[in-house]
Every structure is written in C-alpha cells, then in structure tokens.
Design a protein around this ligand. Sequence first.
Ligand code: NAD
Length: 461
Amino acid sequence: MPPTTATKKQKPAQSAPAHNGNGAVTPKSAGQMTAMFEELGLPTDPNNLYAQTVSTMLHAAEVMGLPDYLKQILAQPKNEIMVHFPVRMDNGKTRLFKGYRVQHNNALGPYKGGLRFHHDVHLDDVKSLAFLMTMKCSLVGVPYGGGKGGIKVNPRDHSKGEMERIVRRFTTAIAHNIGPDYDIPAPDVGSGSQHMAWIADTYSFLSEIGGNNPIAVITGKPVEYGGSLGREKATGQGVVDTLVEMLPELKLKPEKCTFSVLGYGNVGSWSGKIFQDKGAKMVAVADHTGFIANPKGIDAFDLDEHVKKTGGVKGYGKAAAISKDEFYKTKVDVFIPAALEQMIQEPEARMLDCKVVAEGANAPTTPAGERILMERGIEVLPAILCNAGGVTVSYFEWVQNKTFQSWDLEYVDRELNKHMVKAAQKTRAARKQFNCDLRTAAYIAALQRLQQAYEVRGIFP
Ligand code: NAD
C-alpha cells in the first residue's frame, strides 16, 4: 500500500468534484475542509486513505446539506482497538503479533465488517475500511453499522498450524469487544472461511460471553459450520448484479462487454466467472504475481483453477504475459479493480482504456485518479454500491444462524439481487436529485438513512 505518513500540514484530500457538466455542485472550499479536519484532529496528508475517505463523505454531506453534528460524528470511529498477542511458531520460538478492530458506527445496528490478514495492515487503513462499511451497510439497507479489523501478518508465510494459533489467539484477544449482537466480523483480504470457522469455534468456547448462539459472532463461515450458501461468491455476484442493473443506462449490453480484472482472489475471480456466465469476455487479468492478456478471451473458471493450484495468474499458459502498462492500456468496456486500496492513481487512470470502472475492491480509486477518470468520461460504479453483495449475504447468514434456518441458493441469490437493485435505484435517485456523480450520490443515499436514524434517536443524554 502507498505510504500514509504525513510530513507537514497540507490541505486535506479533496474528494472528486461533483460532475456531469450540468450545473454540478461545487465542493466545500479547501479552507472550510481544513478547519473541520483540524477541529477533529484528522490526518491532513492528501495521500492518507482515511483523509481521502472522510473527504469524500464530507463532500457528499455538503452537497446534501447534512447537519454539522452528523459530519463530526461520522468523521471519527467510535472505538479503535489495538491488541498485541504472542503465538508459538512451529520452530518453538514465540512471536508477537499486532491486531486491530475498529468500530466506526452502530446507529443502524451491530458493527459489521471483515478481518484483513496482511503484512501491511495499518490503523488508518482499518479505520477507512470500517468507515466504508458504515456507508455500505446503510446504502444496501441491512441493519448494521460499520467495523473492520485485521492482523498484521502475511498468511503465505505461515503453516496451517501457525495460522490456526494466530487466529485463535487473536479471537481471544478481541473476544470481549465483539459479539453476535454487538460486532460481527467476516472475511476480507487474506482471510477465508477456514479462518472464520476457527474464530467461531474459539469464541464458542468462551461460554461466559458466547451467549445462546455463539457462532453468529462471525459470518463467511464454511457451509458445513453455519455458513450460508452463496456467501463465498456474494461480493462478485453483487458486482455483476450492479453491472447488469447499471450498464444499460450507460448504453452497454452486459453480454457484449469485454472486461479486465485487477486482483484474482475471492472478489476478482467470482466477478470474472459470473460476468463471463452473463456472456461477457475477460481479456486481461493482473494480481500480485503478474499481468496476463488474451484478446480472444481468458476462461475465468480455468484461470481460477490455475490460481488455486499455483497461487497467482503468473504462468497461465492460455494467455500472454504483459507489462503493467499494457495491462492498464488494454481496451475493454469494463475494468474491475478487485485487489487493494489506492491502486488507481493518476498514472493508472490516464492509462485505462475502458468505459466503466466497477469497484470490486474497497477504495481502489484515489481522488486524484478519480478526477482523471471523470475528465476522460469514464463512469465509476462506487465500491459502497458495487461490492455490497458480500455484507448483504453475510447478513443473510447471520439471520439464518439466529433463526436456525437454512436458505437455498436460489433464495439467497434472489434476495441479494433485490438488495443490490434497490441500492442502485437509491443511488440513481440521489444522482438525479442532487445532480452529482455516482460516488457522491451513493454516499448521499447512505447518509440519508443515517440522518433519519440519528434524527429519531437523538443524541444521548
Ligand atoms: P483476496 O485476498 O481473496 O484477493 C486479493 C487479490 O488481490 C489477490 O488476487 C492478490 O493477488 C491481489 N493483489 C494483492 N496485492 C496486489 C498488488 N500489489 N497488485 C495486484 N494485485 C494484488 O481478497 P478479496 O476478499 O478478494 O478482497 C479484494 C478486495 O475486495 C479488497 O479491497 C476487499 O476489502 C474487498 N472486498 C472483499 C469482500 C469479500 O467478501 N471478500 C467484500 C467486499 C469488499
């Protein structure tokens, strides 16, 4: 991830300006933004991810006229938890690990959000991702607030036994800060269903805090142990549901589209497979191991097998290895970033040759990158809309756990589609009402629900 250290006081990150060339709203002046950042003690480095995400929210808040007290509440998380815990390694030595859980907001329901296992996880990244979860849950209409967490660890460096001990010990360290009715984690980058099973199992042994149904403390579990059908593919399914809903408006037919994917893990590979099933053709893919392309098409299922076997797209025999620049310059209708944050900066935005960016990853586009995309007339389907499928099916899993039900896949997919279509409609309605870009519109739709909740709840005492 790009460095996030602030060197000197700078203007806060500017969110991309509202745009459609038709009386667009002017963002709050840098001076006013700076005052709010200073008042709240927020980072002012424009490269800082937290500064960027909060700026985007403040811009949307300004466009819709959100009261100042709500801007202040939402600009900071409620709780930031950092833990350090020792774990015995296979060689008998002990290593100390650092873990995080950030609880951003719970006005709409329990905190909800994934756990990232990555060697480069920092508090500001986790805060940003927790903040985005608040926005996403609000937009997609599930009764959750936003949270996020993680462990500073590279899962590829550890045996299965070591990972199990790391995950179980982390669970113990945060056990009193999570709970089936309070804060419900899930998978994110580097974590998967096996890790969720270990978390659920560890938590269920802590009988004094586990309650009656302890495994509802976490979602993204294996189907054999309280997981939901359709959860593994849910984020990719939601990306494609959003594309199917939004592309016709942009005069594109999903079944005629070409596309490229950045990141071929859970979100990237499922987006690829499901979009291909709709008739679209994948022509270029990249991940941490390399960049590949084939203008005749790359079979998304076959590539998935290769990645599962070898750990990355590198060496895939049915496509040519290309350079990073060639990857971004590949002409496609849809580009799906599904790797990490801040990967579409100015240079990448200038190189992209696509009509639509469908954000599978969280915060993949920097404000500076987004400005370039806008100038070039490239439409961005924002992450809080596009990748909300994961948390939606996590919600379904939680409901099934709490009510001892088991839904079939058809029902899960149908309910997911309803949520995605409704979120897209709310975004479109906000764009029409406020004459702004889609990201601002999605934030406005999310903020409207939060505002309604705060207005009826009031501020205690
Ligand atoms: P994952 O670990 O399954 O896959 C991550 C992918 O990113 C891998 O293919 C990896 O090779 C690639 N990658 C990592 N560093 C890279 C680099 N420097 N250059 C190119 N590729 C790189 O993770 P995931 O669950 O698919 O998550 C991907 C994104 O989607 C993240 O932003 C995550 O927060 C977001 N997201 C995930 C879910 C979910 O349900 N898993 C839900 C919503 C959003």
